[in-house]
Design a protein around this ligand. Structure first.
Ligand SMILES: [Zn+2]
Length: 99
């Protein structure tokens, strides 16, 4: 059985305490930070790789949003095309697992 529940930060210590006073084993699982992503060129469909500009703006999108970082990448075509990728903020997720 695996269930993911979102816990507000202020409730976390109490929750931990209740688990630790029981006979649970508690694991913290931190979702991996995304690394490079592969996109298809909008002109020719050839793939190109894009890396997040930093550890904060890691959610890639092809549409512009209010708070995003704009980066231009060239596809792997012999005559490369320019492709714009917009990176938005994504907070890393932490999971707690008990058994
Ligand atoms: Zn291309």
């Amino acid at each position: 059985m695996f269930e993911v529940i979102e816990v507000p930060a202020e409730a976390f210590p109490k929750l931990m305490e209740s688990y630790l006073s029981g006979s649970y084993r508690v694991y913290l699982i931190v979702e991996e930070m995304p690394e490079k992503k592969i996109f298809s060129c909008k002109e020719c469909g050839k793939p190109f790789e894009a890396y997040p500009p930093d550890d904060i703006y890691t959610k890639a999108s092809l549409t512009k949003t209010d708070d995003c970082v704009e980066r231009t990448y060239e596809c792997s075509n012999e005559k490369p095309h320019k492709n714009t990728v917009y990176w938005a903020k994504a907070s890393p997720k932490v999971f707690m697992k008990t058994d």
